[in-house]
Design a protein around this ligand. Structure first.
Ligand code: 3NM
Ligand code: MG
Length: 517
């Protein structure tokens, strides 16, 4: 059976049916709601489900080639410990579909060699439905597996804990650096355990459709393919003018070292800070704010839940999220936290120094000492930021003597700044607050209700917002050291706040040392 639509792949699970719900009734409702392919995964299965024939939906049998043969099913789904693909192919009629479960890149490579029809990638989230025998991959681990399928024609669905509440994050995050996205998602409990399986299926299907229509390309709303220095600087000037009119609220979960100066800097650039951390107020905060900043400096266990909730709510309200993985390389706790946070929600901008971004990317090319980067940085910083942006599916800002900003297509290179920025604490952290302020401004023109109707995870031009943040901070810093009262790091910081307060857009346009690659 060719031309199977894998977009919504239902795996059956009789034991999860709500009390009083009949198995075939639930199945029929879910197919009417939008399920496109069904895998029968029952311990004592012996029938092909006639209801699937009625709606012309492909039926695959889990594991049991004998049952597939006896029932005339369209194919089988094999786990890593089930019968081999070769053996199944010998037993099944020509043209039968064969899919396998894959948990890592090596298993995908094997599946390619065996020329399977599709793979099920899982578990992508934690699940109660099946006792897992392999590690949870996480949304951000799926891209590397999909990349192996480039040019093979093999389709891929993700499975494990996928629900309507995390589907958009799943689809947006499960994309390779080459742009290879999922062909569909496989679901058990979100449909089967629902008293209204038709509605559950229809909700999942419509999110999938919206994703395909609006966010399948790398960054929504528009990848930066024809950016010029002039167009970026025009955008920066526009944001600098708008920020004072919009006065956006920027919700910041940041660290104990910089909280006051981050709030002051936010005010100085024309935005309003709110520094809330309690989990129980995260929904209200993200609802009213224009953007969220999450900074993991001075990380404490009791802040994790708030960070997790804030980012998740921000995604669901389509508010930009700026993430600052301060000192991520310094401890296993910070590394694990960054993985958990980024697997759960989509950042719009990730900002870090070379040591932090190297740790985030899992390379040892640049080392860190606590929160500081050691050595001269990456050999090829442009390729590094471009690939990290593609992998993390967001804008990446690599700070240092030269700053590199990429959305996965273009790389903007900025060379403003002064050494004394490295002699005050939290220069990087205040940059996060300023970028967050411009992201809020860039997203402001989009009405939330309108945003929620489509599959875009965040709105507005996050690349220009990040460039604006870096230019505004570094040029204000250059001006601060020329003041008559400047006398070193102590007088630098108040001078910087004053310069941020009075900075004219036209000055930024003329002082910017910017190139676009
Ligand atoms: N296979 P739910 S996870 C059947 O990782 C199955 O291979 C998995 O159920 C794998 O959608 C899983 O309820 C269960 O989380 C998925
Ligand atoms: Mg099996």
């Amino acid at each position: 059976m060719n031309g199977v639509d894998y977009s919504l792949y239902l795996v059956t699970g009789r034991t999860l049916l709500p009390p009083g719900k009949d198995y075939l009734e639930s199945l029929e409702e879910s197919i009417r709601g939008g399920v496109t392919v069904v895998q029968v995964r029952e311990k004592d299965v012996d029938t092909r489900e006639a209801v699937c024939d009625k709606y012309n939906v492909a039926v695959l049998i889990n594991d049991r080639v004998d049952v597939a043969l006896a029932t005339g099913a369209d194919g089988v789904h094999l786990g890593q410990t089930d019968m081999t693909v070769d053996m199944a192919r010998k037993l099944l009629p020509p043209g039968s579909i064969i899919g396998v479960s894959c948990n890592n890149v090596a298993q995908v490579e094997q599946a390619v060699l065996e020329k399977v029809d599709y793979i099920g990638v899982g578990a992508v989230w934690g699940t109660q439905t099946k006792k897992l025998t392999s590690p949870i991959i996480g949304v951000r681990g799926v891209g590397a597996m999909l990349k192996v399928l480039d040019g093979t024609g093999i389709t891929a669905v993700a499975i494990g804990g996928i629900k309507s509440t995390n589907l958009l994050r799943t689809l947006h995050g499960c994309v390779s650096i080459t742009g290879h996205a999922l062909d569909g998602v496989a679901v058990v409990s979100d449909i089967v355990a629902s008293p209204e399986p038709g509605q559950a299926a229809s909700k999942l299907r419509s999110i999938f459709k919206q994703f395909n229509e609006s966010s399948r390309s790398f960054l929504a709303p528009s990848p930066s393919s024809n950016l010029t220095v002039e167009s970026i600087l025009d955008g920066v000037v526009k944001l600098m003018t708008e920020i004072r009119k919009v006065n956006p609220l920027v919700h910041q979960i940041t660290n104990a070292v910089v909280t006051t100066q981050s709030a002051n800097v936010t005010l100085a650039v024309g935005a309003s800070p709110i520094m809330a951390t309690a989990p129980s107020e995260m929904e209200d905060m993200t609802r009213i704010c224009g953007a969220l900043l999450v900074n993991i400096g001075t990380l404490r266990e009791e802040n994790l839940n708030g960070m997790l909730l804030a980012g998740t709510f921000a995604n669901s309200f389509r508010k930009p999220v700026v993430f600052d993985p301060v000192g991520v390389g310094a401890s296993a706790f910070r590394k694990g936290t960054v993985k958990t946070l980024l697997d759960n929600w989509q950042a719009s901008v990730i900002k870090g120094n070379a040591g932090e971004l190297a740790a985030l990317a899992g390379t040892t090319e640049v080392e860190s000492k606590g929160v500081d980067s050691v050595g001269s940085g990456f050999k090829d910083p442009e390729t590094f930021v471009r690939n990290l942006a593609r992998r993390e599916r967001c804008v990446v800002v690599l700070t240092g003597p030269t700053d590199y900003i990429s959305d996965g297509a273009s790389v903007v290179v900025l060379q403003n700044g002064v050494d004394v920025l490295g002699k005050i604490t939290g220069a990087g952290c205040i940059l996060g607050s300023i970028i967050g302020s411009f992201c809020a401004t860039a997203a402001h023109t989009f009405v939330v209700d309108e945003a929620l109707k489509d599959g875009t995870l965040f709105r507005g031009d996050m690349l220009t917002a990040a460039v604006a943040g870096v230019l505004v901070l570094t040029i204000a810093a250059e001006l601060s050291v020329t003041r008559a009262c400047y006398n070193g790091p102590g007088s630098f910081l108040p001078g910087l706040i004053d310069e941020l307060w009075s900075l004219e857009p036209a000055l930024v346009q003329s002082y910017a040392k910017i190139t676009v690659k």
